[in-house]
Write a protein that binds this ligand. Structure first.
Ligand code: ADP
Ligand code: MG
Ligand code: ZN
Length: 499
């Protein structure tokens, strides 16, 4: 059915239709233990080593709510300007899937812990307000691994393996109200929103928020309506989109696909869709009606959650500075241009640059090393800049050696090599690799004499008053001393000798 749909180019689709989006973002909390039991939540542990009767749903096992998870849920709700429920309950969402051992997911239904919020995202200097419908608590499912097929999908596999370590890890699901922004902005607003949530979760310290590891996952709902109309069209729900770029691509693709169906006089099927990284397309998942009967009912084994107003206010006082405000503040403190700031944020280096400056480096130098030398190395190695084996404190130490005149920029590159290779602190690398600048007059003087002897014509010019020509001699001395000469002192010596 949908595989034969003609895709309408995005811009063309926007001449006839307006997109409406809804984003559901799942955030895995970084609590030490699971939502309703004491099992550990360590990522990447041996399969089925972090399980117990509660998270395996064995008969008679009784769950207990993780207070730290409730605390994180409230802080997330507050950071999203939500109202926090005085009293709310968990609910059972009943369905069968092998990765969910209880045959129901403990979630929240009509009584979410946080609701009616809003937040703002910025795209190309324009601010968009996103209304938040609710943020509710639930638990993650286990993971299935389909073996024997070529694609890793269930289709074609000979058997499946189940790992329940993730079953019961606390999740917060953040659901927006329908987002109605100008169609051409929709893909970037969706991307900016998910990016903004990630920043917010990191600032709150409640999650690793790693899309690549699934600790932050986005479902993209999208529908089209004819330009100038108000009734929403039928939506599709593209599940588990796992990068910012993919969020943007999924929106674009679904706009093109829906427009193709509508242009042909067809109707969009309300269904889940899978997103394909390879070509940015989506394919049909399962049909899903709004009247889906999950037989929700209040969870009888858990006490209601009734956070006192005092607790909520205490938690409000722990909220971090909102990420967008922090960026504005830092930009003005550092004297960065809009472009400097965009480059820094884009390189994922904001916190690294901030920590380097905090450790005593000037903003310009911190930016130079992280966006130059270190960004280049992270690109070459295909790792996140934050994953390079060097700390902001180490970068600050290298810069302080430069400021003290003990190394120059060129030698600093070798110090970076050494520190990144695990050879120790900047000081240790300088000592072990013999990288210190030579400013001892004895050694420098001999090298300057040699350079003068080798370049009599240049020396003659300087004698005749052409001081700019000293650069050529400094270069010659540097070459002799493998870049380790103190350039300022060399210059003084040249001028002394030739005046
Ligand atoms: P479900 O249980 O099907 O995932 P939710 O209410 O949790 O439904 O989430 C649906 C999301 O889609 C919300 O963000 C909502 O604002 C949005 N949404 C609802 N109707 C439409 C529509 N017609 N077009 C686009 N988005 C929609
Ligand atoms: Mg949902
Ligand atoms: Zn458990």
């Amino acid at each position: 059915m949908s595989t034969t749909t003609t895709l309408v180019p995005f811009e063309d689709a926007l001449t006839r239709y307006e997109p409406v989006m809804g984003l559901e973002v799942h955030v895995e909390l970084n609590t030490a233990t699971k939502m309703f039991c004491g099992c550990a939540t360590t990522f990447g542990a041996e399969p089925n080593t972090q399980v117990c009767p509660v998270c395996l749903g064995l008969p008679g096992a009784l769950p207990v709510v993780n207070e730290k998870a409730v605390e994180s849920a409230i802080r997330i709700g507050l950071a999203l300007n939500c109202e926090i429920a005085d009293w709310c309950r968990f609910a059972r969402k009943n369905y069968f899937y092998p990765d969910m051992p209880k045959n129901f997911q403990t979630s929240q239904y009509d009584e979410p812990i946080a609701y009616n919020g809003w937040t703002e995202v910025e795209v190309d200097g324009e601010v968009f307000r996103i209304e938040i419908e609710r943020a509710h608590m639930e638990e993650d499912t286990g993971k299935s691994l389909h073996v024997g097929g070529s694609t890793g999908r269930i289709h074609g596999a000979s058997h499946s393996l189940l790992d329940y370590n993730r079953a019961g890890i606390p999740l917060i699901e953040i659901v927006t109200k329908p987002i109605e922004v100008p169609g051409d902005k929709a893909p970037s607003v969706a991307r900016a929103y998910v990016n903004h949530l990630r920043d917010l979760m990191l600032a709150l310290g409640v999650s690793d928020a790693r899309m690549d590891q699934g600790s932050l996952r986005a479902d993209v709902n999208l529908s089209l309506r004819p330009v100038g109309t108000t009734t929403f069209g039928t939506r599709s729900e593209t599940k588990n989109v796992n990068s910012f770029r993919s969020v943007e691509r999924a929106v674009r693709y679904e706009v093109s696909r829906h427009a193709g169906i509508l242009d042909a006089g067809g109707s969009v099927v309300q269904e889940t869709r899978h997103f394909h990284e390879s070509d940015g397309s989506t394919s049909a998942g399962r049909e899903k009606s709004d009247a889906e009967d999950y037989r929700y009912f209040p969870e009888p084994d858990l006490a209601p959650v009734a956070p006192s107003r005092e607790w909520v206010e205490e938690l409000r006082a722990t909220l971090p500075e909102p990420p967008a405000e922090r960026r504005k503040r830092l930009q003005s403190e550092w004297g960065f241009s809009d472009l400097d700031m965009r480059d820094t944020v884009g390189a994922g280096a904001l916190d690294l640059v901030a920590a380097t400056i905090e450790a005593g480096t000037s903003p310009a130098a911190a930016k130079k090393w992280w966006l130059g030398e270190l960004a280049r190395r992270s690109n070459e190695q295909g790792v996140d800049i934050a994953e390079l084996p060097i700390t902001p404190q180490q970068v600050a130490q290298i810069q302080s050696l430069i400021d003290a005149g003990r190394i120059n920029d060129k030698l600093a590159r070798s110090v970076f090599d050494g520190v990144l290779a695990g050879e120790g602190s900047a000081e240790e690398v300088v000592a072990a690799r013999g990288l210190e600048v030579v400013s001892d007059d004895g050694a420098l003087s001999a090298a300057v004499d040699q350079a003068i002897a080798d370049n009599p014509d240049v020396a003659e010019k300087i004698r005749g008053g052409k001081v700019q020509a000293a650069g050529a001699l400094i270069g010659a001395v540097m070459k002799q001393m493998r870049g380790q000469a103190d350039a300022a002192r060399v210059r003084e010596l040249i001028l002394e000798k030739l005046s």
